[in-house]
Design a protein around this ligand. Structure first.
Ligand code: TNX
Length: 511
């Protein structure tokens, strides 16, 4: 913990610190500023503690109560009456403008906890910090022994990047709504605010489209390995969107075009140039499928899908893939997107796509998601020079589906092995030459699911790397320090155990 304190620019304590004091410096992602108050005494949550809130913050208050009640066994009423003493107070009071919409100020003394932010999003991120200031057992869903003491001091915090993302590939293997919600719960703790769902690929179409019903009922009927697959009904998808929104997470839906489309081509023969539907695909090759660029029905299909997807999506982004279109010629790729980009523009949604889609001419508001492994990429640096924002997901650093080492039972290795220190060891603001920090919208950690079948598999690949990527996306570069990070990750282990997260015990960390 002494290391963490030094990294945060504070004097290292002269004597060994108490567990409460060290928790103050163990937060992931590292906050902008942490000021422990070694003489102030912490706040202990008791059976009489209330959560007091501004009316607009009731939702965040209820979220916090939902975390604390099962483990403490306390009532923890969420009330707007501030006359009660001994409280955790969430207020939308005045805080400096530089904290932005997601920043917060957290002050803890003997009398209580005060969390202030400009928006409920800021209160939500502050609540995630507060969770980490409590003993790990607070995350348990059954009653545990206290005391539930929050260390005294003050944290002032705001994010480095606006977009902090995780991606889940629900196409190669289908994950149920319950499994997706479990992942949402886990990533929210690290202040991730976007979940990109890869909803369609060669192996499966996972979202109900009423005007093309066979996409889901047939195209979604299997998955890699030949299992039963599945898809989200519109009602289930809307429920996921609102579950995520209650956790400060925007769902970013992706339909990958014009390649990665075998599930659609198998569902509707008329989408194929030769009018013959290929069989469903359950392998893990990429690059063999393409929509038929010269058929008019292709554009009717894309228009219908976009219309229905936009209708399901309150968030600002629509992701149209564009990667690995090895069976589409470059002129066809450009021709295709020349017709499709205006369809998205007409909806008012902001386009996202894998960086190859810069081969075509998306509007300048379009974001390019960089998934390469190199530090130079002309498409991306030229795009940034023209004014495109870039979302950083370099495969050799941010791909959570890469094996940790040669013995990892799950995952792939085409971008190399990626241990947690590799995942942490890069700067999104300088990684690609010619893409300055000002051109970086944020960072996203994709999890492709060719080899992953259930929540245990997701957790094993995402933890501990996802928190490492989340820190790159949230924390100021001045806090970046592997020695501090490995101490803090080690301290998260009991929390993951309490949450039931099946994490990888990386040999890089002294657990
Ligand atoms: C490349 S990255 C892909 C995916 C695979 C992934 C496996 C990208 C945009 N395309 O189709 O699932 O590698 O790591």
């Amino acid at each position: 913990a002494a290391g963490a304190v030094a990294v945060l620019g504070l004097a290292a304590p002269a004597t060994a610190s108490t567990p409460e004091e060290s928790r103050m410096t163990q937060v992931i992602p590292a906050p902008v500023s942490v000021t422990p108050d070694r003489h102030g005494g912490g706040f202990t949550i008791t059976p009489g503690t209330a959560i007091t809130v501004d009316r607009a913050a009731k939702g965040v208050g209820n979220f916090l109560a939902g975390v604390l009640r099962p483990s403490t066994g306390y009532r923890l009423p969420v009330v707007t009456d501030r006359r009660r003493g001994g409280a955790i107070d969430l207020s939308l009071g005045y805080v400096p403008a530089r904290l932005g919409t997601e920043g917060y100020e957290l002050t803890v003394n003997r009398r209580g906890v005060s969390l202030k932010a400009r928006t409920t999003a800021g209160l939500f991120t502050g609540v995630q910090t507060l969770r980490q200031l409590l003993p790990a057992a607070v995350e348990s869903r059954t009653r545990q022994r206290g005391p539930w003491t929050v260390p005294a001091g003050r944290i002032v915090d705001h994010p480095r990047f606006a977009y902090r993302g995780a991606m889940l590939d629900v196409a190669r293997h289908f994950f149920t709504p319950a499994e997706v919600k479990t992942y949402i719960d886990q990533i929210a703790l690290y202040k991730i605010n976007h979940l990109h769902l890869h909803l369609a690929d060669d192996q499966g179409w996972r979202i109900e489209i009423e005007s093309w019903p066979r996409l889901a009922t047939y195209g979604g009927s299997t998955e890699v390995g030949g299992g039963p697959g599945g898809y989200y009904t519109k009602a289930q998808f809307r429920d996921l969107v609102s579950y995520a929104a209650a956790r400060n997470i925007t769902i970013v839906p992706e339909i990958d075009l014009p390649g990665h489309t075998n599930a659609a081509l198998a569902s509707y023969a008329e989408l194929n140039c030769d009018g013959v539907a290929p069989p469903l695909y359950t392998g893990i090759e990429v690059g063999f499928s393409s929509l038929c660029i010269d058929k008019e029905i292709t554009y009717q299909f894309v228009q219908d899908v976009i219309t229905e997807l936009v209708e399901l999506t309150p968030g600002p982004y629509l992701h149209l893939g564009g990667d690995e279109a090895h069976s589409t010629t470059d002129p066809d790729f450009v021709k295709f997107f020349d017709r499709v980009f205006p369809m998205v523009e007409a909806t008012g949604k902001r386009l996202l796509g894998w960086h190859e889609y810069l081969k075509a001419t998306p509007p300048l508001s379009a974001v390019a998601q960089y998934w390469g492994t190199t530090n130079t990429n002309d498409l991306v640096s030229d795009g940034a020079a023209r004014g495109h924002k870039v979302l950083m997901s370099p495969a050799s650093k941010a791909y959570l589906d890469m094996k940790y080492d040669e013995n990892t039972p799950l995952g792939l290795s085409w971008a190399g092995y990626t241990e947690v220190d590799d995942a942490y060891d890069w700067n999104p603001g300088t990684f690609v030459q010619g893409v300055p920090e000002s051109a970086v919208l944020g960072v996203e950690a994709p999890l492709w699911s060719e080899t992953l079948e259930n929540s245990d598999h997701i957790e094993f690949m995402a933890f501990p790397r996802l928190p490492a990527i989340a820190e790159l996306a949230w924390s100021p570069w001045s806090t970046h320090d592997w020695q501090s990070m490995r101490t803090r990750l080690a301290a998260e282990a009991p929390r993951w155990e309490a949450m039931g997260v099946d994490f990888h015990r990386s040999p890089k960390i002294d657990w």
